[in-house]
Design a protein around this ligand. Structure first.
Ligand code: CA
Length: 423
C-alpha cells in the first residue's frame, strides 16, 4: 500500500481534528503572499508550504525537478512532469513533514520563507485550463432537468445511457474560489411574453460539480482507453458551474448551453491527487443497458466524496441546502475521458473536465437550486425568513467536499462564490 495514505501517519505540523488537509492529503495549489510572486504550494492543516522555497533550500533534491517549476503562476509545468514525478514529490513531502522527522522540522522552522498561515495568503487559480468540458453524468440530475425542461414521460433522452453526454465549455471564465461574480444579463423569454426581453437573469443558480484535471497530453488522432484513463488524470477539485436558468431555457435549443454557463465557473484552490483519494474508491451504479466496448471498464472508478452546498445571505449564517455524494455519478472519469478522446480528439495538460451536477436520489441531495426548489415550487427558507428558489444578489454560495473513513479524512476545502448585482 502507498505509505502516503497510511492513516497512522502524523505530521509535526498541527492538524486540527476534522481538517481536510492531514499529511495524507498533500494537495497542490498556487499562492502568493503580499510580497512574493505566485509559487506552487501544498498544505498541511492550516499551514501553506511554499514548494519553491522548500526546493531552494534543498529539501527536494534527488527528485530531478527543476525548482523553477514551482516559481510559476500555474501548476501546469509541475503536472506536465507526469504522474510519477508528482507521486515522488508527494512521497518526499510526506517524508519531510512526518512527525519523526525532527531534523527537517528544526531546519524548516528556522527559515522564514517556507511556512505560511493559510488565512494570511492569497490562493490563486491552480491550473490554466486550455480546454474545458462539462459532462452531464448524474442520472438523477439529468432526469430531474428532463422532467422540468421537457417532458416527464421522456425525461432522459435516448442517448443518455449510451454515452457520457457533454459539451465544450469556455475556459476563460474559470476563476478561483473567492472571486465575486456579477449577475449576468441576457436574453430571456418570460412565459407570459411573446417576445424575448434583455434583462439580468432572474434564475441564477449553482451547479455542484467535481472536476478532474489532466496531467498528460495526447496527440491528435489518438484515443485514451478506460484502462489508461487514470494515467492521464492528476487530481480533482470542487467546481461551481454557475448557470442562468432563464437564459439557458431560451438559448439551449438546438446546440446546448452558451451564455447561460460561461459568465463564471469557480474552482476550489487545491488540486487533490487521485493518489490521495485512493482509499475512497468504490464501485459505481450498475450500468444498464450494457455500454459499448470502448466504455467498458475494470475495477472501481467512483469515489466516495461527501458534498455539501450552503447559501449564506449577507450578514447571516450559512444554511445547508444540499448534501450529495460524488459516488452517485452514473458515468465515471475513465469513461468520460475515453469518450472525450474516442474520435481522436487530443487532450492537454491542465484541461478541466467537470462532472456535471452531482445530484443524489433524494431531494436533499439535489445539486442545483432548480432541482432543490423544484422550479420555484418548493423554495428554501433562510434564517431571516426570506425564501430562495434561486440565488439572490449578495448571497454567497459555499461548496465543501471531503472523504472520510475511520481515522482518515481527505478533503477539498471549499469553493466560495459571492453574487453581486448586475452591472
Ligand atoms: Ca454543468
Amino acid at each position: 500500500m502507498d505509505k502516503t495514505i497510511n492513516s497512522s501517519l502524523r505530521s509535526w505540523l498541527p492538524v486540527e481534528k476534522g481538517s481536510d488537509f492531514p499529511i495524507q492529503n498533500i494537495p497542490f495549489g498556487i499562492f502568493r503572499t503580499g510580497v512574493n510572486s505566485p509559487h506552487a504550494a501544498t498544505r498541511i492543516g492550516n499551514t501553506v508550504i511554499d514548494l519553491f522555497a522548500l526546493a531552494e533550500h534543498g529539501f527536494l533534491e534527488g527528485l530531478g525537478i527543476n525548482p523553477g517549476i514551482f516559481n510559476f503562476k500555474y501548476l501546469n509545468p509541475l503536472f506536465e512532469l507526469g504522474k510519477q514525478s508528482c507521486r515522488a514529490l508527494r512521497k518526499q513531502l510526506v517524508l519531510i513533514f512526518e512527525d519523526q522527522n525532527t531534523a527537517a522540522r528544526d531546519r524548516i522552522m528556522s527559515e522564514n520563507d517556507i511556512l505560511f498561515d493559510e488565512p494570511a495568503v492569497h490562493m490563486l487559480l491552480p491550473v490554466k485550463a486550455g480546454d474545458y468540458t462539462d459532462f452531464y453524468s448524474s442520472l438523477e440530475h439529468a432526469t430531474n432537468v428532463g422532467i422540468m425542461f421537457r417532458d416527464p414521460a421522456h425525461a432522459l433522452l435516448p442517448n443518455w445511457k449510451h454515452l457520457p453526454v457533454g459539451y465544450h465549455g469556455r475556459s476563460s471564465s474559470i476563476v478561483v474560489s473567492g472571486t465575486s461574480i456579477h449577475r449576468p444579463k441576457g436574453q430571456i423569454k418570460p412565459a407570459d411574453s411573446e417576445m424575448p426581453v434583455f434583462s439580468p437573469s432572474r434564475e441564477l443558480d449553482f451547479e455542484l460539480e467535481i472536476a478532474f484535471i489532466t496531467g498528460k497530453k495526447t496527440a491528435l488522432g489518438s484515443s485514451v482507453s478506460t484502462a489508461d484513463a487514470e494515467d492521464h488524470i492528476i487530481g480533482m477539485l470542487l467546481f461551481n458551474d454557475l448557470s442562468a436558468r432563464d437564459i439557458q431555457r431560451w438559448e439551449y435549443v438546438p446546440l446546448g448551453p452558451f451564455l447561460s454557463k460561461n459568465f463564471g465557473s469557480l474552482v476550489s484552490p487545491w488540486v487533490v491527487t487521485l493518489d490521495a483519494l485512493e482509499p475512497f474508491r468504490i464501485p459505481g451504479p450498475v450500468q444498464e443497458p450494457e455500454v459499448l466496448p470502448y466504455l467498458k471498464f475494470k475495477g472501481d472508478h467512483n469515489f466516495d466524496i461527501h458534498l455539501d452546498v450552503f447559501i449564506q445571505p449577507e450578514g447571516q449564517h450559512e444554511t445547508r441546502v444540499c448534501h450529495s455524494n460524488y459516488k452517485f455519478m452514473y458515468w465515471n472519469m475513465a469513461q468520460q475521458l475515453a469518450h472525450q478522446t474516442v474520435n481522436g480528439c487530443n487532450i492537454n495538460v491542465g484541461d478541466l473536465y467537470a462532472s456535471g451536477t452531482v445530484s443524489g436520489p433524494t431531494p436533499d441531495a439535489f445539486g442545483s437550486m432548480l432541482e432543490i426548489a423544484w422550479k420555484g415550487t418548493k423554495p428554501v427558507k433562510m434564517p431571516d425568513g426570506t425564501e430562495r428558489s434561486f440565488i439572490n444578489d449578495h448571497d454567497t454560495i459555499i461548496m465543501r467536499g471531503y472523504c472520510e473513513k475511520p481515522g482518515l479524512r481527505v478533503g477539498f476545502g471549499e469553493v466560495v462564490t459571492k453574487i453581486m448585482p448586475a452591472v
